[in-house]
Design a protein around this ligand. Structure first.
Ligand code: SAM
Ligand code: DTB
Ligand code: SF4
Length: 346
């Protein structure tokens, strides 16, 4: 197949909502063709980054994010824990490294870290980094000083999602503003950290609002290095439990449009894979997804088991992306790359 010219899929920050909606409205085969063309222009489409998460502080969160099983106010059965001891985190990181990991992401169910938490997280970051792992974290809102302190401790990447379109956000979260998220992302960028930023679909939003989320992501001052596209994991006890399921083809369209808008970013087929068929996931890879979470757990909810993912990769002829196979600025923001179980691409 002739390769499309680079100019065909430029890095733009001036997308209009109408343009993004027009992409969503393309006939499905045309949209997938364009997304697959954008994908192979900058990446090997047979290579998929495999990633793992660790929840270092689970549950008991004061926020009211309507999707989240970790919000204290919803009765979801998720037990609140304290921040893990550094030694326990480091042990998990060591195990991850032994399994072939090169990157380790620490997630905490916080609105934002308290200043007194920062030295503890910084110690985790320093020790995890000392193992030779790249470090990443998702801890909620950060001040400029906190972002800098994490950077100084050796943090490489920070995950903070926009989550939804600006005009849908108020139906999902009431305890912090969209602007708060933009401010945190600015602090993260200004501290020199790499960004991992995406959102959730299937929360009852309209197509226009899905387009609005992707438009907001693509029009950030810099495209996120990694764009996690989460499909809502419906957890009993959360306000969004029982939401009408998104048409699976619409999910694939969302991935495809993300790939076209942010052609040099890692687009992660993120939460929600456990209930996706192999065929749906294959369509997502065709639409330009090139990263997944690997391992049986996300933060508190399930993910396909490793045997299923190994079989899927084998059936599709996909290979995990070796860390040194991608340019540093394209490597995912919050991942552990796992070489055990699936043979990494040379
Ligand atoms: N507390 C921090 C925050 O909110 O930024 C970090 C952890 S929070 C769990 C990270 C992200 O996980 C959220 O922004 C949201 O996009 C995603 N998430 C949480 N619950 C989810 C669910 N039920 N389904 C899909 N994604 C979810
Ligand atoms: C992201 O966008 N998705 C991940 C990661 N960033 C931190 C989290 C998904 C969480 C799904 C619900 C849970 O397991 O608690
Ligand atoms: Fe708390 Fe993050 Fe869950 Fe919102 S998404 S309730 S901030 S853990």
């Amino acid at each position: 197949m002739p390769q499309p010219a680079l100019a065909e899929f430029p890095i733009r920050h001036d997308w209009t909502l109408a343009e993004v909606e027009a992409l969503f409205a393309l006939p499905f085969p045309e949209l997938l063709y364009r997304a697959a063309s954008a994908h192979r222009q900058r990446f090997d489409p047979t290579q998929v980054q495999v990633s793992t998460l660790l929840s270092v502080k689970t549950g008991g969160c004061p926020e009211d994010c309507g999707y989240c099983p970790q919000a204290a106010r919803y009765h979801t059965g998720v037990a609140a824990t304290k921040l893990m001891e550094t030694a326990a985190v480091v042990e998990r990181a060591r195990q991850a490294k032994a399994a072939g990991a090169s990157r380790f992401c620490m997630g905490a169910a916080w609105r934002s870290p308290k200043d007194r938490d920062i030295p503890k997280v910084a110690a985790m970051i320093r020790e995890v980094k000392a193992l030779g792992l790249e470090t990443c974290a998702t801890l909620g809102m950060l001040s400029a000083a906190q972002a800098q302190a994490l950077k100084d401790a050796g943090l490489d990447y920070y995950n903070h999602n926009l989550d939804s379109a600006p005009d849908f956000y108020g139906q999902i979260i009431h305890t912090r503003e969209y602007q708060d998220r933009l401010d945190t992302l600015a602090h993260v960028r200004e501290a020199g950290l790499k960004t991992c930023c995406g959102g959730i679909v299937g929360m009852g939003e309209s197509r226009r609002q899905r387009a609005g989320l992707l438009c907001a992501l693509a029009n950030l001052p810099a495209h996120p290095d990694s764009v996690p596209i989460n499909r809502l994991v419906q957890v009993e006890g959360t306000p969004l439990h029982g939401t009408v399921e998104l048409d699976p083809f619409e999910f694939v369209r969302t991935v495809a449009v993300a790939r076209i808008l942010m052609p040099a970013s890692m687009v992660r087929l993120s939460a929600g894979r456990e209930t996706m068929s192999d065929e749906l996931q294959a369509l997502c890879f065709l639409a330009g997804a090139n990263s997944i979470f690997y391992g049986e757990k996300l933060l508190t909810t399930g993910n396909p088991d490793t045997a299923r993912d190994q079989a899927l990769f084998a059936r599709l002829g996909l290979r995990p992306m070796a860390v040194d196979a991608v340019q540093d600025d394209r490597i995912d923001a919050c991942t552990v790359t796992v070489h055990a179980g699936i043979t990494a691409a040379a």
